[in-house]
Design a protein around this ligand. Structure first.
Ligand code: ADE
Length: 291
């Protein structure tokens, strides 16, 4: 079972939504939340992926429900949240994790491609958060964690995603201010390079670049999914009850690298924390050192 650093009953009686719960960071977070007593509602576009994660969680006596929804579609999101409120009564947490992009230099991104990435990574998160607020959290309070990315200073090769994620940070800041009156905290988590299934979604010609990522990170390794989930769980928890409007970077210090200043070889490697019992190394990193 999941080996969380948090108290086993932390989220007993709480209902937590995780979008993109069918794989990667979302799947890991759904497992950790279920392991801490939450009723976890996983959202995604593919029923089969959601079913697989639901079975994994149920096998450990976790409480999980899955819902297929395209978060880009306003009516679908409104109906989804109405259904959830009807079935579960309250929504205590939202992890806005669903996302996706394709690598391309800016000059080759079509309007359709740009808008698709903006809709998935910015508009969809806004719609989910707005509906959770209007249909549930306005009355009860709650916590929202928006998952963004290490896009600080630009995101070469994925400029559409960088623009969307930077927009999500600013949305987080505005929502933190406007929704504090309802007892709703809104924060973000910005993962760096994570050894997760998402790494296998890139074209094969990117494999050698991906394998070299740790060289650009002061802590000189990939993050585990569990290291990202731990940050999300912290921000959802009462331990973060005075934290709103912030972004917690989980990136091994990557944005602190300065061009021209040499990076020292790591002498004492900070060991990875991997509490996720079902974690697996993405194919592109297999036979590679990831920890
Ligand atoms: N995961 C990635 N894109 C998504 C979308 N549009 N809706 C729901 N989950 C997603």
């Amino acid at each position: 079972m999941y080996s969380s650093i948090f108290r086993p009953d932390l989220f007993q009686g709480k209902t937590m939504i995780v979008t993109g719960g069918g794989s990667g960071i979302g799947r890991c977070t759904a497992h950790e939340l279920a392991g801490l007593g939450a009723t976890v509602l996983i959202i995604g576009r593919t029923q089969a992926k959601l079913d697989a994660v639901s079975e994994e969680i149920t096998a450990l006596r976790g409480k999980v429900f899955s819902y297929v929804c395209n978060i880009r579609d306003e009516d679908s999101v409104k109906n989804l949240i109405a259904t959830i409120v009807r079935q579960h009564g309250h929504i205590d947490g939202l992890v806005n994790n669903a996302g996706g992009q394709f690598p391309s230099p800016l000059k080759n991104i079509s309007l359709k491609g740009w808008e698709a990435v903006l809709q998935t990574n910015l508009t969809g998160g806004f719609l989910m958060a707005r509906e959770c607020l209007n249909q549930a959290m306005e009355k009860t309070g709650g916590t929202i964690v928006n998952i963004v990315a290490d896009m600080w200073g630009g995101m070469p090769g994925m400029g559409h995603s960088g623009a969307a994620r930077a927009g999500m940070i600013n949305f987080t800041e505005t929502a933190a201010f406007e929704w504090a009156q309802y007892g709703v905290r809104v924060n973000a988590v910005a993962p760096g390079y994570v050894a997760s299934s998402g790494m296998d979604a890139y074209p094969p010609e990117m494999a050698s670049t991906i394998r070299e990522f740790p060289r650009t990170v002061p802590l000189q390794r990939f993050a585990t999914e569990a290291e990202i989930s731990a940050a999300i769980v912290f921000l959802l928890s009462e331990a973060a009850s005075f934290i709103t409007g912030t972004c917690l970077r989980v990136d091994g210090g990557r944005p602190n690298v300065r061009g021209g200043y040499p990076m020292a070889e790591v002498k004492n490697k900070v060991a990875a924390y991997d509490g996720f019992h079902l974690a697996s190394t993405p194919k592109v990193l297999q036979k590679q050192e990831t920890k």
